[in-house]
Design a protein around this ligand. Structure first.
Ligand code: HEM
Length: 385
């Protein structure tokens, strides 16, 4: 058993009963955080179409590494936390360093190290919160106006960083800041989506094809609040939100399977608890549990959520439960409950697309996405040499 598999099995509550499966509700629940996942949309604001978008398009043909550098070097003063922090960074910027796939693998490996170095945080992994960052930075996309998505990493700026849906993601952004310092040439959009890829792959999920090319933008390119799903709502809401991004019903169900990972935090979303017994290993358990367990409304002073009748240690959001209430969603959820390979195949395709929302194809460095090797695969390859 390799070290990383061993560590992963230690994290699994089945293998290690010392890892807590559910957290006790916080003793002092601060009323100001007692909100649902997404705050209600503000009055209609003009869509964030930047007057400089022509400039970005014009530059789109250039290599993404160079582009990231261009924006990094010229606009750092306007961006929060992107000032050149060391002589090494400055030297690389000056040399107009153009990164290769090997350089991105180095970033991947650093992210994997950060994911694992979580100590007592949650279930011993930063993977889930990093995946949530990647998804929230991509899921703001609107296909009709072609705004939002992962291109400009606008969650660095207020007010998007303070949107109710993004509560707690400062933890993930701060973690990635450490990686950015070591690899200043990578854009934030590439860094955050690569973190999502690493999180899924290092937590035993499928390969997520990914390619770099996102560029750092400005606060003006941020989208208004209310574009991410509200966990208290039903099937119509889910369809409105995800069809707006360009996803269909089958893809809504596949994307929701990410909730096999991680947990809800009372002081972030108001909800509490994990969806599965192995919140740091990606499986199809989310769907299996939806069908196999009896789910009842939790009696508590928090927002409406369900708990499993048997152990009362697992939870489902109203939007999760919709997957077994809506006829179309239910059929798809059953297919994933019965077949993990099918779930992994569809999840890989849809997440790969999710992370590319809002990025013009001309910006990508490669016509085809890359498949990044896991840390374990890299170790095995070294041993074979
Ligand atoms: C279907 C609509 C969705 C709703 C309503 C929703 C809602 C939520 C809520 C309320 C939380 C808890 C946040 C907290 O308290 O820390 C959460 C966590 C999470 N979500 Fe979703 N989500 C949705 C879709 C997705 C998608 C598409 C993905 C990824 C592809 C995803 C990945 C995650 C992950 C990994 C966590 C755990 C974060 C952690 O452990 O810190 N979610 N989600």
């Amino acid at each position: 058993m390799s070290f990383s598999v061993f560590r992963a099995s230690l994290r699994s509550p089945a293998a290690n009963p010392l890892r807590r499966v559910s957290q006790l509700p916080k003793a002092q629940f601060r009323a100001k955080f007692a909100r649902n996942f997404s705050s209600p949309p503000p009055p209609p604001a003009p869509e964030a179409k930047s007057s400089s978008s022509g400039l970005y398009l014009g530059l789109g043909a250039a290599a993404a590494g160079g582009l990231a550098y261009y924006f990094y070097a010229t606009n750092s003063g306007k961006e929060a936390g992107t000032t050149v922090k060391s002589g090494v960074q400055a030297a690389k910027v000056q040399a107009n360093f153009v990164p290769t796939k090997e350089d991105y693998i180095k970033v991947y490996n650093k992210i994997a190290q950060v994911i694992d170095d979580a100590g007592e945080y949650d279930d011993g992994s930063y993977g889930p919160v990093l995946l949530r960052l990647a998804w929230h930075s991509s899921g703001t996309y609107d296909k009709d106006t072609n705004t939002g998505g992962s291109n400009y990493a606008t969650m660095r700026f207020e007010p998007e960083s303070q949107h109710g849906a993004n509560a707690g993601l400062n933890i993930a952004r701060n973690l990635m800041e450490k990686v950015k310092q070591e690899f200043p040439w990578i854009s934030y959009g590439d860094l955050w989506t690569l973190a999502g890829v690493a999180a899924i792959q290092e937590m035993a999920g499928p390969k997520i094809p990914w390619r770099p090319g996102r560029i750092d933008g400005f606060a003006a390119q941020a989208t208004p609040d209310g574009r991410l799903p509200d966990a208290t709502q039903g099937a119509d809401h889910l369809r409105n939100i995800f069809h707006r991004m360009g996803f269909n019903d089958q893809e809504i169900v596949a994307l929701s399977g990410a909730h096999a990972l991680g947990r809800c935090h009372r002081d972030r979303s108001g909800f509490e608890g994990p969806w599965t017994f192995s919140p740091t290993t990606l499986t199809n358990d989310y769907y299996r549990l939806l069908f196999d367990e009896k789910w009842v409304w939790k009696r508590w002073d928090g927002p409406k959520q369900l708990e499993d009748k048997k152990t009362k240690s697992l939870m489902m959001l109203p939007t999760d439960y919709v997957l077994v209430q809506d006829k179309v969603f239910k059929k798809q959820a059953k297919a994933y409950a019965d077949n993990q390979d099918l779930f992994f195949k569809d999840f890989s395709n849809v997440v790969s697309r999710l992370f590319e929302l809002g990025v013009p194809t001309s910006q990508f460095v490669s016509p085809e996405p890359w498949v990044m090797p896991t840390v374990e695969e890299q170790e095995a390859a070294k041993e074979q040499k």
